[in-house]
Design a protein around this ligand. Sequence first.
Ligand code: FPP
Length: 252
Amino acid sequence: MFKFKKKTTTELDYNNIPKHIAIIMDGNGRWAQQRHLPRIAGHKKGMNVVKDITKAASDLGVKALTLYAFSTENWKRPDQEVNYLMDLPEKFFSTFVPDLVKNNVRVNVMGYVDQLPKSTQKAINDAIEDTKECDGMILNFALNYGSQDEIVTAVQKIAQKVSDGSLNVDDINKDVVSDNLMTSSLGEFANPDLLIRTSGEERLSNFLLWQVAYSEFVFDDTKWPDYTKEDLMNCIAKFQGRHRRFGGLKNK
Ligand code: FPP
C-alpha cells in the first residue's frame, strides 16, 4: 500500500536560497524492493531523479549541488549492483550533458576517481570537459568518496609539505585543512549550507564530516526515487525556518 503524498505549495524566500546543498540520496533499494523489483531498478529511477533535481536546484538559484552517488564503502555490495552503479555516470552523461550545458551547469567530481573503471573515468572526464565553460551551478558528484579517507589524504598532503619544508607546523590552521580537502575545488562554496538525507535515515555515513560543521540538516522520509522539486522546496523551506548562529547569539 503506497500513501499519496500531500501536495503543498511552498513559499520560499528567494533571497535566502542555500548556496550549497549536499544530498545523501538514500532509499533506492527499498523503493525497488517495495515494488518487487531488483535493487538496480531503484538506482535507475534514482538517476532520472538526479536529472530533475539538478534542473530544479539550478532554477532555484543554488550555486553548488553535491550528490553522494557512490561511497568508498559501497564496494561491499554485490558485484551486479556495483557494476550497475559504475555504469550510471556513463548512462547519465550520455543523455544529459546537452541539458547541463543548456542550463549552464558545470560538472565536478570528487572522490578516488582513479580507482573507478576506465570507462567510468572517461565518461566523467568528458562531462567535465564538455561543461567547463558553464558558470552557473556546479553539479558535484561524490563518487568513490569517503570523508574519513579524504581527511587522511589531506593530513598526508599537509605532512608532506611540512616534511619538504614548504609549510611550518605553526601555520597549519583550519584554512590549510580545508584547502587540502576534495571540496576545495568548489572554492567559496566548499561547505554545504544545507545537508539533506532522504528515506528517513538519520546519519552521515562518512559524508563531508569536516564540511558540515555548521550545515543545517534536513532528514526527509521520501525515498530518493520519489523525491521531487516540491520535496526539495520543502527542505529549503525548513532551512529557511532555522536560525543559523554559527556559534554566536542570534541578535548580536
Ligand atoms: C543509496 O540507496 C543510493 C546509492 C548507494 C546510489 C545512489 C545513486 C543514484 C541515486 C544514481 C546516481 C546517478 C549518477 C548519475 C551517478 P540504497 O541503495 O542504499 O537504498 P536502500 O538504503 O534503500 O537500500
